[in-house]
Design a binder for this molecule. Structure first.
Ligand code: BT5
Length: 259
């Protein structure tokens, strides 16, 4: 696989597992010990795949792409929140061009096909240990793509809210081919001049987000706030226009469309 990548940075070191707990957890250990940016880990199965806030991520064998990589970007701390959105743009655009189907993004970290989740992204950042530093030491970015699951393969509790590329395209797909193309596009989009590219990636994100300008509920901590999804900020935060006309920015939360 490595010989077919032809990338500048991403995958120069590629580690592949049949089974692992979580590619993010494994790679965080390597990153702590100084592993280089671009180190990439792929697993056929994860036994403890995670989403945000420790939520489980279903990572069955032979049907998906479960992978993580290290970034050590020169990006200001306040803009780090834009990273999951930047990754989502690259992944959604690549899947759309490979699958011939439009894939949309959902704030902050999902890729959807017909409002069903096909891919989730988990970015975990470590701030530099140097005192008073406002720099990022490393980010481990994990990407889970459902490729060849059938409807029956998804947890019933998600009631039609998850889908795979096979469901979207009606075809069983070559996972390796999709992986290689995703890695090439992520390499080209994220490893050179990331700080400079982020504004452009955020513009592309806006074009892929059908919820922009719509009435939404944002659930964050213990509160639910209603408003218009006005925009995203330079750090990827969601900007909500409230009923009184004021805007409020959120760095985390769950968005649902008000029907
Ligand atoms: C995410 O979290 O969507 C981030 C998922 C990141 C997974 C990758 S795989 C490689 C790397 N290693 C890891 O351990 N993780 C990363 P969140 O937005 O919190 O969504 C989690 C929710 O999505 C769960 O609570 C379920 O409702 C749902 N879910 C779980 N597995 C799913 C799947 N395979 N497809 C669609 N939805 C799923």
């Amino acid at each position: 696989m490595q010989a077919q990548l032809h990338t500048a940075v991403l995958g120069k070191r590629l580690i592949v597992f049949n089974r692992i707990t979580s590619t993010n957890d494994f790679l965080k250990r390597l990153a702590r010990r100084g592993a280089e940016a671009g180190t990439l880990v792929l697993a056929d199965q994860q036994t403890a795949g995670r989403g945000r806030l420790g939520r489980p991520w279903q990572s069955s064998p032979q049907v998906g792409l479960w992978f993580s990589f290290i970034l050590r970007p020169a990006v200001a701390l306040e803009n780090i929140g834009a990273l999951p959105l930047a990754i989502a743009v690259v992944v959604a655009e690549t899947l759309s061009s490979l699958g011939g189907q439009p894939f949309a993004v959902k704030w902050p970290n999902d890729i959807l096909w017909q409002q069903r989740k096909v891919c989730g992204i988990l970015c975990e950042a470590q701030i530099s240990p140097v005192l008073d530093s406002h720099a990022v030491d490393y980010i481990v970015a994990g990407i889970g793509v459902n490729v060849n699951q059938h409807e029956r393969d998804f947890h019933s509790a998600w009631g039609g809210r998850a889908a795979s590329l096979a469901i979207a395209t009606g075809k069983i797909l070559d996972r390796q081919k999709i992986f290689l193309e995703l890695v090439r596009q992520l390499d080209a989009g994220l490893f050179e001049n990331l700080a400079k590219n982020i504004p452009l990636l955020l513009w592309r994100w806006r074009a892929l987000c059908p919820n922009l300008g719509k009435r939404v509920n944002l659930r964050h901590a213990q509160e639910t706030v209603a408003g218009i999804f006005e925009d995203i900020g330079a750090g990827g935060e969601l900007i909500l226009r409230l009923a009184d006309g004021q805007c409020r920015a959120f760095a985390a939360g769950e968005v649902s469309l008000v029907k």
